[in-house]
Design a protein around this ligand. Structure first.
Ligand SMILES: *Cc1c(COP(=O)(O)O)cnc(C)c1O
Length: 343
């Protein structure tokens, strides 16, 4: 129901795209940068899934930036020592520019996170983390920080609201790169923030307006369409990811499998960067590409990016399981792994 037009005779089933840069004066929207019926429909759907009020942004990074924009000069930010590299770079940029104190802490070390949270403006978590698949104890951290001046931000891109709803675990703000699972078809960039706090919502809305971090009309339409199959895609891919994680962990060519036991993402470690490069270039179904959360299975060696954090192993391959037949996916991986062993 959320995000769908009113059910009246001859109404379209889908919220149509409103291609408008401006609106006739006298209403609530005013100008194209301030609002769009298509964004509202999408925000209704994301808000319903995360149990809060959502705002759509141009990209996940635009949404992340809107959060950092709310931090005071010389503020304090606690982030996972392994987190999405774009967020790590953005935080470092703010540290250089206006003295933001950035404190990296392992996402799995709850005691260290809570002690670093003393005097922090924001504790930023990703769970599972990209690409190391570390899982944070959100219920404990959420409970400890609730009612304090420290806001808890959770990047829920990997888990999706199908598997985890951070606002219900004590988070103040949820971030999504909707580019990934919500869109689900590798054809759109979009970000979202969700909160239950009125003042925070207004602040994010103002930042989106003034900084022009607004989503495209087509992108909002595509993500809303993607969300219609989100639970089906996530569950199907999760079943396959679980199977693949078991099979990979018994393979001699794989040094380590990082899989939290749920979700459709995993990471494997091969002994060397060369092994990992050989594997990612030897598959026919799996696509060697960045990004994740699409219906097609994709993987990449993360350290091929110079900006990737140095604590990510050289031979680590992040894998995003799609909705293809699991045995086809497995045989494709197996033949690629055999290639790495015989080099
Ligand atoms: C991709 C990603 C982002 C950034 O989102 P974009 O839509 O690419 O700007 C942020 N966090 C995580 C965990 C991601 O995977």
């Amino acid at each position: 129901m959320a995000g769908r037009p009113q059910r009246v005779a001859d109404a379209p089933l889908n919220t149509p795209m409103t291609l408008a840069s401006t609106y006739v004066a006298g209403g609530d929207l005013g100008y194209g940068r301030f609002g769009n019926p298509g964004w509202s429909a999408l925000e209704e759907a994301i808000g319903a899934l995360e149990h809060g009020w959502a705002l759509a942004f141009a990209t996940g990074m635009a949404a992340a930036n809107a959060i950092l924009e709310t931090l005071p000069r010389n503020g304090k930010l606690v982030i996972p020592s392994n987190c999405y590299l774009g967020v790590a770079a953005l935080a470092q940029d703010r540290a250089r520019r206006d003295g933001l104190q950035v404190v990296p802490v392992p996402a799995t070390d709850t005691a260290a996170i809570l002690s670093a949270a003393e005097g922090a403006d924001v504790v930023w978590l990703e769970s599972p983390t990209n690409p190391m698949m570390d899982v944070a104890d959100l219920p404990t951290i959420g409970a400890a920080l609730s009612g304090t001046a420290t806001r808890l931000v959770v990047d829920n891109t990997f888990a999706t609201p199908v598997l985890q709803q951070p606002l219900s675990l004590g988070a103040d703000v949820v971030l999504h790169s909707a580019t990934k699972f919500m869109s689900g078809h590798s054809d759109a960039l979009l970000g979202a923030l969700v909160t239950r706090d009125d003042a925070e919502f207004t602040q994010f809305d103002d930042i989106r307006k003034t900084q022009g971090a607004t989503p495209g009309t087509l992108e909002a339409f595509l993500v809303l369409r993607g969300i219609r199959t989100l639970p089906l895609r996530v569950r199907a891919a999760e079943t396959s990811a679980r199977t693949l994680s078991h099979r990979l962990s018994t393979n001699d060519g794989v040094s380590r499998v990082r899989y939290p036991g749920w979700g459709s993402l995993l990471a494997i470690e091969l002994p060397t960067a060369e092994d990992a490069d050989a594997m990612t270039s030897a598959t026919r179904i799996w696509v060697n590409t960045t990004s994740l959360g699409g219906v097609e299975s994709t993987f990449e060696r993360r350290r091929r990016w110079p900006a990737e954090l140095a604590n990510v192993p050289e031979g680590l391959i992040r894998m995003s399981v799609g909705v293809e037949q699991v045995d086809d996916l497995w045989l494709d991986l197996l033949q690629a792994l055999q290639g790495t062993g015989s080099r």
